[in-house]
Design a protein around this ligand. Structure first.
Ligand SMILES: O=C(O)CCC(=O)C(=O)O
Ligand SMILES: [Fe+2]
Length: 226
């Protein structure tokens, strides 16, 4: 990974692709965990909550090894940019250098429940534009990893982001992902450089409708949930 250019791109555009985070075998193994119910603390049918169509499961602690390892290895890559975004937005919150330190802060505030999740979509399923906020403590960047093979396991089902700009029309972005690729993106607000200094944009993410097949994703969110 060329982390310097990746962080620059994330800063510039609000998202960046992390190519080949997981191998095809790791992707298949991760997707297969979906059916091991004991590994999860809850199961959400998205249609029941108006979140879209499809389903997802939040892992329980202890997280399976690759999920825990990704969460703690990725966090420190983003902590510096998270601090810079907060500074530019006039937010006084700064982030500990390691994920264990940030989790201590979440847990002390009652945000104890793990947020990494597996998602499963079938034909016609989609994920409405949303923000993954679960309490007062928010880490402003998260990662989603595509576990399935586009064009082979499924068609449609593209990862999308929208950027709502103040007093302007919204911008959208479709992020092309291959199996094992991750996308790092802004959870909520982020600063954008304009002609007269920074302004703040409001980001949301989702998944367009699957035309066919089955799509699995692994979501890595760094804050825990209340
Ligand atoms: O399935 C996806 O690509 C998006 C999943 C998602 O919303 C998330 O990981 O927070
Ligand atoms: Fe999400």
């Amino acid at each position: 990974m060329n982390w310097t250019s990746l962080i620059d791109e994330l800063d510039e555009r609000g998202c960046a692709v992390l190519p080949g985070l997981l191998s095809p075998a790791q992707c298949r193994a991760a997707a297969a965990l979906y059916d091991e119910e004991d590994r999860f603390r809850s199961h959400v049918q998205m249609a029941r909550h108006g979140f879209g169509r499809g389903e997802y499961r939040y892992f329980r602690y202890p997280l399976p090894d690759p999920v825990a390892a990704l969460r703690s290895a990725l966090y420190p890559r983003f902590a510096g940019l998270a601090d810079r975004w907060n500074a530019r937005m006039g937010n006084a919150v700064r982030y500990p250098a390691d994920h264990a330190g940030f989790l201590e802060r979440c847990h002390a505030a009652g945000q104890m429940r793990p947020t990494p999740l597996l998602l499963r979509y079938g034909p016609g399923d989609y994920n409405c534009l949303h923000r993954d906020l679960y309490g007062e403590h928010v880490f402003p960047i998260q990662v989603a990893i595509l576990l399935s093979v586009p064009g082979e396991d499924f068609t449609g089902g593209e990862f999308v982001l929208t950027e709502q700009r103040p007093r302007m029309q919204s911008r959208c972005e479709v992020v092309p992902l291959g199996q094992g690729d991750g996308v790092a993106f802004a959870v909520n607000d982020r600063p954008v450089r304009g002609a007269r200094g920074d302004y703040r944009v409001h980001m949301r993410h989702g998944v367009s409708r699957l035309r066919s097949g089955r799509r699995h994703t692994l979501g890595i969110i760094f804050h825990d949930a209340a």
